[in-house]
Design a protein around this ligand. Structure first.
Ligand SMILES: [Zn+2]
Length: 327
């Protein structure tokens, strides 16, 4: 505690520091998997997938809505407001301050966003977790948002699709964040009880309380390639069981091999896969579809699947969407 640490060091730090995660001049993006540099427009045109090694970069809610819904068919849902900082929590910073920072960074009130629209003509509500917002952590707002989105799906007799990306429960909300595990489970159960499909798309990373609740309850669980999906971290498990774990432990592929998820789907194929699944699962609610209706729906789903197979035009559209996102 002297003038050197109090004055000189912070000044030097301020001179040296560069806050540059979103600097637009940063035209080249480093692929964390193959270590190559990718030109940002190439990455946008390729749906944020590395063209060298197929690494799937993390993408946000807006990207998912544009990529998964039929073009121009979707509208965002306004999600309920939750009490802000109920515990008046403070670590190195106040929780309310952290929230404000995340809100100004993302332009959203919390780590979940939802929209309703159509996928290959079928009604759907999609909720997407935003990892950019405090690591997609699950607090009261996220629980409220998920519940509201699920209830809208029931009201609209729509499929409920959740795209997860989360570090787990939000520690700044203590037990209140843990209470969102049963709450989100109830939300999902309401959709299932209504006989509507609940599909989860697990993306990198999906961990902690989110994995332990709604993420693993999908009627069909899809994961993006190479996503890290698990409950506790690798180091914690290794130290607890005193054994070393396989290299691919907690990856989508490992989970698929061990029956924890149903399929690993490349980002380019996600929309077509969703369209196919919904086409097969969604029939007129409340009554068994008669033969004619059933065959019409199956034919429709086959049409849709070929229609939505990502062709070059579709990719360009998504690329354009990516451009808009990064401007
Ligand atoms: Zn790569």
């Amino acid at each position: 505690m002297n003038w050197l640490t109090n004055y000189v060091r912070p000044t030097i730090k301020a001179l040296v520091r560069r806050d540059r995660p979103d600097v637009p001049e940063n035209l080249w993006i480093h692929c964390p998997s193959c270590e190559r540099m990718i030109f940002h427009r190439d990455l946008d045109a390729n749906q944020d997938v590395c063209s060298h090694c197929d690494h799937h970069f993390r993408v946000g809610p807006e990207f998912r809505f544009k990529a998964l819904f039929d073009e121009g068919s979707w509208t965002r849902i306004e999600l309920p407001k939750a009490p802000v900082d109920p515990l008046k929590f403070r670590d190195r910073k106040r929780y309310s301050e952290r929230l404000r920072e995340a809100q100004s960074k993302t332009g959203q009130s919390d780590a979940i966003e939802a929209a309703h629209g159509r996928i290959a003509g079928l009604p759907a509500v999609i909720a997407v977790m935003n990892f950019e917002f405090m690591a997609g952590s699950m607090g009261v707002a996220l629980g409220e948002g998920l519940l509201a989105a699920a209830r809208l799906a029931v009201l609209q007799e729509a499929a409920f699709v959740v795209v997860t990306a989360s570090g787990g429960a939000r520690m700044q909300e203590g037990a209140l964040s843990l209470m969102q595990m049963p709450r989100s489970t109830i939300a999902v159960e309401e959709v299932k009880e209504a006989g509507l499909p609940y599909i989860t798309i697990l993306t990198d990373p999906t961990t902690g309380g989110v994995t332990a609740s709604f993420a693993m309850l999908g009627d069909i669980a899809i994961a993006e390639p190479g996503a890290r999906i698990g409950f506790a971290g690798r180091r914690v498990i290794e130290q607890t069981i005193r054994e070393s774990l396989p290299e691919d432990f907690q990856t989508s592929e490992h989970l698929l091999e061990h029956g924890m998820i149903d399929m690993v789907v490349h980002r380019f194929e996600l929309r077509a896969t969703l369209a196919r699944i919904l086409g097969l699962l969604m029939r007129p609610h409340g009554a068994a579809a008669d033969d004619a209706e059933q065959s019409r729906l199956l034919a429709l789903s086959a049409d849709d699947a070929s229609e939505v197979a990502i062709d070059s035009a579709d990719r360009q559209a998504v690329g354009k969407a990516g451009d808009e996102l990064h401007q």
